[in-house]
Design a protein around this ligand. Structure first.
Ligand SMILES: [Zn+2]
Length: 97
């Protein structure tokens, strides 16, 4: 799988997890999270580093608009630590990047 595709799956998982727990959505995403996911995917697809990209956290060209940045930080802050229980392999991958 391409790196970007894997990254997209990770982001999707984190947003879905967050939405399920915080917004009590049983399936799919609420409008807010759906929009955030589309935004995040779009950013990934247009990442200037493409396949050479490192973790977004360490990126020198932060590409998120300020309010989306805040939103994704909130999602990751919640979902990332929990990912280790649900998706240990992806979690390792996320760390190694
Ligand atoms: Zn939601």
């Amino acid at each position: 799988m391409r790196k970007i595709e894997r990254e997209k799956e990770t982001v999707r998982w984190m947003i879905e997890f967050y939405c399920r727990k915080k917004h009590k959505k049983r399936s799919g995403l609420c409008d807010e999270c759906d929009e955030l996911l589309k935004y995040a995917w779009n950013r990934l697809e247009h990442c200037p580093y493409g396949e050479k990209k490192k973790s977004c956290k360490r990126c020198r060209v932060p590409c998120y608009a300020p309010e989306k940045r805040k939103a994704i930080k909130r999602v990751m802050g919640y979902s990332a630590p929990r990912m280790i229980y649900y998706k240990p392999l992806e979690w390792m991958n996320h760390l190694l990047k």
